[in-house]
Ligand binder design. Structure first.
Ligand code: M6R
Length: 608
């Protein structure tokens, strides 16, 4: 977690202005505390996010270089004392850090014995003191920083600055992302490219175990053993404006409303409808290996995990491949049986989720072919997997994942078509799926026109404190996702349940104060869902149904209906989830909650 941003320039720009503006685009990474250090002026820190920091910064707080940070707390309370940047005893070495230093306790004890005085509870502070300790041997800042990096164990994206060499900033990466921005007479270090883009589109992504030194004119990359690394810059072509709200009150609503465009972007150039084929350029290099794959293990977390569960239904039913879906956080701890005929497929919006990344690495260690469905281009999972499919959903800023889920399901449908046609899916079936995929953007646009109706339903149920979400088959993961959306933005109790499982326990909760959202579209499980709805009504429970347009019968049975256009059962989650996303959005908004930045959550979970 956490966002870091650093700047060094020759002249002209005011470093604190650059850094504060940049931090705003990193706020989705953490907002427990914020801080900035300029060698020419010192540091300012505060609990809270950038707006709070801005209030505390004096008018004359200007300089040519500096480092800044947004924190998502791991070690130590989110107080000013624990806010980054952290310094050594003399206030000369300063550090901002994203990650966790696992051996900080033992290092702190040793440094304490050497007379170092610590001011915070943060694991990060040991880095500044370690550099200070190595500086006493006279080796200079760069070598002292390198020595300190070799002392620490854990995950980090770091930027370090030394008061006596204000032009120079040192970055390092181990498990947490770091990108360098290469401008004319100015250089940047950040957790992702968004704060860099207003200044330059030329970036270099650091790999794990690499260190970079930037000055206004130069950058240099080397490994922890000091050997040089040569890497070409990448040109980033998405705009910083894409990350703005585009007229909506919240990113979450904007991102839900982008759904039709997101499906189009995920499909673009990847369908050959006349032949019923999918063309996935990112998998071309591994086509032969894919033909030999006997099993797919999908690894993911949160919303991406639920997308994976839908993928399991798609791939098994239409491509005939055995699929298991594993939580990224569990996979590497349970000695999975994996071999070279297994593909481990990671699904991740950010491409930086540590649990998912480690699952990929575990799969690799065990000889699997590793694949990714990833949104963030150049992210760690995208780079470490053997091959993959980018979502092309654009940046997702709202902490609650919405458009990424739509895009993940679309990419999984493409993958199903791609693998299915390799393994006996008929051209006719392929054409049917391709045609319906092409029809989805218009269907979703039509559904989104009804958002005001969903807003008034959210108002109607605004006093409810618990919700049950029911679904079956393809729509069981949608029930899980609907419940996750509601709980993460509204902080109320919501649970997803297989409709067939209700009788084994959850039905005990039902009464007139415990409403149920039933995903009851016209598919192979429709009749069974209707029976479950009867069971709930018999216990005085209120039911809101997600139902297929034209289904008048269901309206007589349930209390409220959210209609969705008809589509193939395997694609129905792409439409059915949207009313649930909108319901969660309006429900939370009605409570006056910070929909885009729910408490205790961060967008990109780069800690275990
Ligand atoms: O970036 P990723 O897709 O790997 O993130 C996975 C989860 O952390 C993420 O989906 C999380 O559950 C969201 N808050 C859900 O809205």
């Amino acid at each position: 977690m956490c966002g870091i941003f650093a700047y060094t320039g020759k002249k002209g720009k005011n470093a604190s202005g650059v850094l504060l503006k940049g931090l705003l685009s990193l706020e989705y990474r953490g907002y427990d505390s914020a801080g900035i250090y300029l060698p020419e002026r010192g540091s300012v820190k505060t609990p809270g996010a950038v707006a709070e920091l801005r209030k505390k910064i004096p008018k004359d707080f200007k300089g040519k270089s500096g480092i800044a940070h947004l924190r998502w707390a791991t070690h130590g309370e989110p107080t000013e004392k624990n806010a980054h940047p952290h310094a050594d005893c003399e206030g000369e070495v300063w550090v901002v850090h994203n990650g966790i230093i696992e051996n900080f306790r033992e290092l702190k004890e040793k440094l304490g014995q050497r007379g170092h005085k610590f001011k915070s509870d943060s694991d990060t502070e040991v880095i500044a003191h370690l550099v200070e300790e190595h500086l006493t041997t006279g080796i200079g800042f760069e070598k002292a920083a390198l020595a300190a990096l070799n002392d620490i164990r854990g995950t980090y994206g770091i930027a370090l600055q030394y008061k006596k060499e204000p032009d120079r900033i040192i970055a390092a990466r181990m498990g947490s992302p770091i990108v360098l921005g290469l401008g004319a007479g100015e250089h940047f270090i950040a957790s992702d490219p968004s704060p860099i883009l207003p200044h330059t589109r030329k970036v270099v992504f650091l790999e794990d175990g690499e260190v970079a030194v930037i000055t206004p004119e130069k950058h240099r990359i080397f490994k922890l053993d000091a050997t040089d690394v040569k890497r070409k810059a990448t040109k980033i072509d998405w705009s910083a404006e894409e990350a703005q709200k585009g007229g909506y009150e919240h990113f979450m609503l904007k991102e839900i409303m982008e759904g039709p465009e997101v499906i189009e972007n995920t499909l673009r150039g990847r369908l050959i409808p006349a032949k019923g084929l999918a063309k996935l350029g990112g998998l071309e290099g591994v086509t032969k290996q894919l033909e030999k794959i006997e099993r797919i293990i999908i690894v993911a977390c949160g919303t991406a995990y639920y997308a994976g569960l839908v993928g399991e239904y798609m791939l098994e039913e239409h491509a005939g491949i055995p699929v298991e879906v594993e939580l990224g956080s569990e996979f590497r701890y349970r000695k999975p049986v994996v071999n070279e005929r297994t593909a481990v497929l990671a699904i991740s919006q950010s491409g930086e989720t540590l649990d998912t990344l480690e699952a990929v690495r575990e799969g690799k260690r065990r000889g699997a072919l590793t694949l990714g469905i990833v949104n963030a281009v150049g992210s760690t999972i995208a780079r470490e997997t053997d091959a993959g499919v980018y979502n092309h959903a654009g940046p997702e800023i709202g902490v609650a994942s919405t458009k990424a889920f739509i895009s993940q399901l679309t990419a999984l449908a493409l993958l199903t078509l791609f693998l299915g046609r390799q393994r006996g899916m008929t051209a006719q079936e392929g054409k049917k799926i391709a045609k319906e995929l092409q029809a989805l953007p218009a269907k979703l646009a039509k559904l989104l026109e009804r958002k005001e109706g969903i807003a008034s339903l959210a108002r109607k149920y605004s006093d409810s404190r618990d919700f049950l979400f029911l679904g079956r088959r393809y729509n069981l993961p949608v029930a899980f996702e609907g419940a996750l959306k509601l709980k993460e933005v509204s902080y109320i109790h919501a649970e997803g349940c297989g409709a067939g499982e209700m009788k084994h326990g959850p039905i005990a909760m039902i009464d007139e104060k415990f409403p149920t959202m039933a995903i009851a579209t016209k598919d192979s499980m429709y009749e069974k869902l209707i029976s479950n709805i009867h069971e709930i009504k018999a216990r005085k429970g209120h039911v809101i149904a997600v139902a297929t347009e034209g289904d008048k019968e269901i309206a007589k049975l349930v209390d409220d209906v959210m209609y969705v256009p008809e589509t193939l059962e395997m694609l129905s989650p792409i439409l059915n989830v949207v009313p649930l996303q909108l319901f969660a959005y309006y429900f939370a908004k009605g409570k006056g909650l910070n929909v885009d930045r729910p408490r205790n959550l961060a967008k990109s979970v780069t800690v275990e």
